[in-house]
Write a protein that binds this ligand. Sequence first.
Ligand code: CTP
Ligand code: MG
Length: 166
Amino acid sequence: MLPAYLPNSVAAVFGGGTPIDGGRNFSDGRRIFGDGKTFRGLVIGITAGIGIGLLQIWCSGAYGLENLPVHTYLSVSLLATGALLGDLCKSFFKRRLGRERGAKWPIADMYDFVAGALLLTLLVYPSWILANITLSVLIFILVLSPVLHRTVNIIGYYLGVKEVPW
Ligand code: CTP
Ligand code: MG
């Protein structure tokens, strides 16, 4: 899941600049995505996710980690892209509910990237999901993801990278 986990953190560190919605509002008068979703965050985040995935592909060949899920160029690209698209979708609905950028939205903030990554991969590359995301792996992901997400965000908050610790 590293290709799905890394993009968020990298976007938080290196994101910023022009927002994806160009500052525009939706028909309800609120921002479409908000200032927290930028082109730079999206592109650098996805690139980092794919990069770590390529490293994993290389490592599994070099160190014989054959019993880990077997990544392909397509699986790492879909996981990384899906993670930040999930995050973007989350922000769209978060704005519709009137929650401001950075406001807390517990379950959604913790699972947006997991849901986005797994759903996009399931849609485009179902055979990879069926072969690798077994029920026990899925349960492991659902338990581990919020813990990792919260831990990394607290670290990011104390490092001054994130404005809020969630
Ligand atoms: N970020 C970015 N581009 C993205 C995603 C994230 O630039 N596509 C950066 C932004 O600086 C953002 C930070 O990463 O503030 C943390 O991301 P996240 O917690 O997802 O955004 P929030 O600011 O909390 O905004 P939202 O309320 O929309 O989730
Ligand atoms: Mg947030």
